[in-house]
Design a protein around this ligand. Structure first.
Ligand code: ADP
Ligand code: MG
Length: 591
């Protein structure tokens, strides 16, 4: 693409004030609400719209948990049911105010979601699916059989509505307003700290933890938020139809919610709205087929399968992908300010003290009783043949592996048993041998996540502007300031490594761990990397680097530790270590 064809713009922070930028949305939403409230709607249309709006709110929940955070929830109908039954039973049997019931139901859904998430999200994957299904079945059985409380299969009828919204049409207007407001929030969630954390967890859980995100808490938050939206949707549903019964909240309905999200595109509330609309309207279109038994379901199923087959990211995902291809690349303006690494300089002469570190995989001693002592402000290389335990050592340092034995002290703090994200707050930054970036995000967003690490004093509470500024500085520092707004997938392998380094630097680490940063780079990229390492070291940041590139090691590192078969075979000043016979034989084989 020619340079003229590209727009130049600062990253999204300097855009106009959010109030003005978002005004058109709220005007459009207000018009929609006004239209729904005033135009005389046919009862049939009204019912379809009522169902679509309340369902869409619940499907927004799946946008959060599935689309943003990548966690499966096969019980959304239960949370929808909690809201619905709270309003149903509350306004009838208990004679409570509608708003109170709606709020209560939403909170019950939120708490149930949080509780379910807390007990199961450590399991992940298939277990999560299983547990949500079981939960769904238990609640369904309860709704049917606890007749004394839920009225059983008969359901609850004559459900009340709030005073101002007695007519179906005014109540629908209320639902549309709620839909617009919640849609707005879900739309902007990805650009908030929590939303970025969710996307990071979805894209790469390990890297998210190492970048300082509490993975478990993020997942629980997504799950709880999803349940909350289910509850709100359900509460409004009950008010809209004045009648609820257990079959409306069965497992099949959870699948319908899920299909709606996947069909429209789980990653965006627009997709959720499209999917919900379609799955409610298609059966109406196909109604004429109902005279032939089976045909209706077959065509309906075929329709859904075809869309999913040809648009794996859903309808809206497909539209966005097409739009993105036509959109000009937006260049960003590199910042003129230099990134200040400012590693913590208090504490002793030794930044990292590792003693007796061991990791055994069954009988294999991948790392065996290794001591490493990294001096403040030095570049320390960890070398050894393939399979000698270098990456395993780094994984223990950064908290991805539990140690079998040994102790790790960073800047005087024992971090041996800390979870990964806490070590990051304690001052550890790292890159991975096989690059782990958040693939659905731009370079800048990746680096912002690094900058967000809790306890990053440089930016204090970290407003978004400051975070973006620091991330831009980090990207400029590694030489990619003009490409901040591009998706990471459009970068070469070597540049992806640089983004990874920028992400680690943005967190202002005390110690930077680099796992084979030169692997897979071409010669010009290697030169770039050498220069970058020098600039990092010049600012006094301590680096522990694994690499096979002996030129780089010899030039950059003052101190070398050599591993072979998991054991430390040499340790000391660079030149002397590289001349030791057993190091040479471990590397080159004995002649
Ligand atoms: P290096 O980075 O020095 O090339 P690694 O630390 O990746 O070596 O691996 C050291 C040894 O530990 C290898 O034999 C490897 O197969 C083994 N290993 C590493 N990770 C695991 C794991 N998760 N499970 C079992 N074995 C592992
Ligand atoms: Mg390795």
């Amino acid at each position: 693409m020619s340079a003229q064809g590209e727009q130049v713009s600062a990253p999204r922070t300097t855009a106009m004030s959010p109030v003005i930028r978002h005004l058109p949305y709220f005007v459009a939403a207000a018009i929609a609400v006004a239209v729904v409230a005033t135009i005389q709607l046919d009862g049939y249309i009204l019912n379809i719209m009522m169902q679509a709006t309340t369902f869409a709110i619940a499907v927004f929940g799946l946008t959060v948990v599935l689309g943003l955070c990548g966690q499966i929830n096969l019980a959304q109908a239960v949370f929808f049911g909690f809201g619905a039954y709270a309003v149903g039973l509350g306004t009838t049997d208990l004679g409570l105010n509608f708003w109170l019931c709606l709020m209560g139901g939403s909170i019950i859904a939120l708490l149930a979601g949080a509780l379910l998430g807390m007990t199961t999200l450590k399991l992940g994957g298939h277990y999560l699916a299983m547990v949500t299904i079981s939960f769904q079945q238990i609640v369904t059985l309860f709704m049917i059989n606890a007749i004394g409380i839920t009225h059983g299969p008969d359901g609850v009828s004559r459900i009340g509505r709030p005073g101002l919204f007695q007519s179906s049409q005014s109540f629908l207007a209320l639902c549309v307003a709620a839909l617009a407001l919640i849609g707005y929030i879900v739309w902007h969630l990805p650009d908030t700290r929590l939303g970025r954390a969710m996307r990071a967890v979805r894209d790469n859980e390990l890297a998210a933890g190492v970048a300082g995100i509490d993975v478990y808490r993020t997942k629980v938050a997504a799950f709880a938020l999803s349940a909350l939206l289910g509850g709100i949707g359900g509460g409004l549903f009950a008010g809209g139809f004045s009648y609820v019964s257990p079959d409306q909240f069965s497992f099949a309905e959870s699948i319908v919610f899920l299909t709606m999200a996947l069909l429209g595109g789980a990653a965006s509330p627009i997709g959720a709205a499209i999917g919900t609309g379609l799955l409610i309207i298609i059966p109406e279109w196909l109604r004429f087929l109902k005279s032939v038994p089976g045909l209706y379901l077959a065509i309906y199923g075929l329709f859904v399968i075809l869309i999913m087959r040809f648009m794996p990211d859903g309808i809206w995902g497909f539209v966005q992908f097409t739009l993105d291809r036509w959109r000009a690349k937006v260049r960003s303006e590199p910042t003129t300010q230099v990134l200040q690494l400012a590693p913590a300089s208090s504490g002793g002469d030794v930044v990292l003290e590792v003693s007796g570190l061991s990791k055994h995989f069954g009988g294999l001693k991948a790392v065996d009783n290794v001591d490493i002592s990294v001096r403040r402000g030095s570049v320390h290389a960890l070398i050894g043949p393939n399979g000698s335990g270098k990456t395993t050592t780094l994984n223990m340092l950064s908290g991805l592996y539990k140690t079998t034995a040994g102790r790790i002290v960073l800047d005087g703090v024992d971090i041996t048993d800390m979870p990964a994200h806490m070590r990051t707050s304690s001052g550890l930054g790292r890159t991975f041998q096989n690059i782990r970036l958040f693939r659905s995000m731009t370079a800048l967003e990746n680096v912002i996540i690094g900058a967000e690490r809790p306890g990053n004093d440089l930016i204090g509470a970290g407003t978004h502007v400051l975070l973006t500024e620091r991330a831009m500085k980090a990207l400029t520092f590694v030489g990619l300031g003009t490409r901040a707004n591009e998706l990471v997938s459009s970068f070469s392998y070597g540049h992806q490594r640089l983004i990874e380094i920028a992400r680690a630097l943005a967190g202002n680490p005390t110690l930077l761990l680099l796992d084979e940063p030169a692997a897979g780079l071409n010669s010009s990229e290697k030169v770039e990397l050498h220069g970058l390492l020098k600039r990092i070291a010049a600012q006094g940041l301590t680096i522990l680097i694994i690499d096979h590139d002996m030129t780089l090691v010899r030039e950059a590192a003052q101190h070398i530790t050599v591993l072979n078969f998991g054991r430390r075979i040499a340790d000391g000043e660079s030149l002397s270590v590289l001349q030791q016979p057993d190091v040479i034989s471990a590397y080159l084989g004995t002649e």
